[in-house]
Design a binder for this molecule. Structure first.
Ligand SMILES: [Zn+2]
Length: 330
């Protein structure tokens, strides 16, 4: 591996300094429209920062040095808040440029533009500018590109972002992080990005843990991309499998030689923008999110993996070498 410069929200750091990394967690998330609920649920920045700082304190205590927050720009991405949290905590935070899926994101803007012209170049230019010059007036540069697909399809709308992401990746060298829905389209995402010229070693296919079929994982891994088991602790909700079903898949993949292509993370959210979703969930359903916090891996999962024969060194490779390699493989 050779060192590269990585954009964090506090500026460039060498990839060799990233250390133990959580590859897919969120500080703040707000589903599109949250910002219009500001009569009943106004944004309280101090409360948000305090919640994020509590998460930082917890992950720092287990040795995490870097957190990747791949929030697309249309689900409440807040680069300047990330910078404040990074400065106060000393944890490197890497944010992304990119867009969410057609069904769950704020899709009407680019759809209306696309009615009149091919917008792939415009999207690519936006991604490249956020990576090379910075996001709006913050001076904060995106360190990766996020794209997303729907359940069972990469829609025409979403394909524009995948093509633009491949273009921006080729020009800037930064990696591509994806969101899959319902444990579908992982292999198709990898194929599309690679066909558009992206380097497999810089692609991380996300939410792979929503599918526990080994053949599905192999069809992604065999393309040389990262298989991100990044929804550990999320279970039951939206048909996501139980963690117990994910463990044998993780252990098998690590032990059969795919150790250097696996990521482990939680897709946890430190603070919900708008109404606190957790508070809206009925008591009897709360168990679904109970383990969706960034210590779950350390408290509950790693011990299970070790019982299954995974070594300390293999865990270190997954949490340290693999995220680093995602940025370095060019
Ligand atoms: Zn996420």
């Amino acid at each position: 591996m050779s060192n590269v410069k990585v954009n964090t929200v506090c500026g460039e750091v060498s990839s060799s300094e990233l250390g133990l990394t959580l590859a897919h967690e969120h500080l703040v998330i707000g589903m599109p429209g949250w910002e219009y609920d500001n009569t009943m649920a106004p944004f309280n920045r101090k409360e948000a920062v305090d919640a994020c700082m509590e998460t930082m304190r917890q992950i720092k205590a287990v040795g995490i040095k870097t957190l990747i927050d791949p929030a697309p720009m249309d689900v409440g991405r807040m680069p300047d808040l990330y910078r404040e949290v990074s400065e106060k905590s000393g944890i490197h935070i890497i944010c992304t440029t990119g867009y969410y899926s057609e069904s769950a994101g704020a899709s009407t803007y680019w759809k209306s533009l696309a009615a009149f012209k091919d917008v792939v170049d415009d999207i690519a230019e936006m991604f490249i500018t956020e990576i090379t010059s910075g996001i709006a007036n913050t001076g904060i540069k995106a360190g990766a590109i996020k794209v997303a697909s729907s359940e069972g399809a990469i829609t025409e709308y979403e394909r524009r972002f995948f093509r633009a992401a491949a273009r921006a990746h080729k020009e800037t060298g930064v990696p591509i992080i994806t969101h899959t829905t319902g444990g579908t389209m992982g292999p198709e995402q990898a194929e599309l990005l690679i066909a558009e010229g992206a380097n497999p070693g810089n692609i991380m296919i996300g939410h792979m843990s929503d599918n526990v079929d080994m053949a599905y994982h192999l069809s992604v891994l065999q393309q040389g991309v990262f298989d991100s088991m990044d929804r550990l602790g999320l279970q039951g909700i939206e048909n996501i499998p139980m963690d117990e079903e994910k463990y044998p898949v993780i252990i098998e993949l690590i032990k059969t030689g795919y150790n250097r292509q696996i990521m482990l993370s939680h897709d946890s959210i430190a603070y919900w923008l708008g109404r606190r979703i957790f508070d809206q969930i009925p008591e009897e359903a709360r168990w679904m999110l109970e383990n969706s916090h960034p210590l779950h891996l350390f408290q509950n999962i790693i011990p299970v993996l070790k019982k299954g024969g995974v070594t300390d060194e293999q865990v270190r490779i997954v949490l340290e070498d693999n995220p680093r390699s995602l940025f370095e493989a060019r």
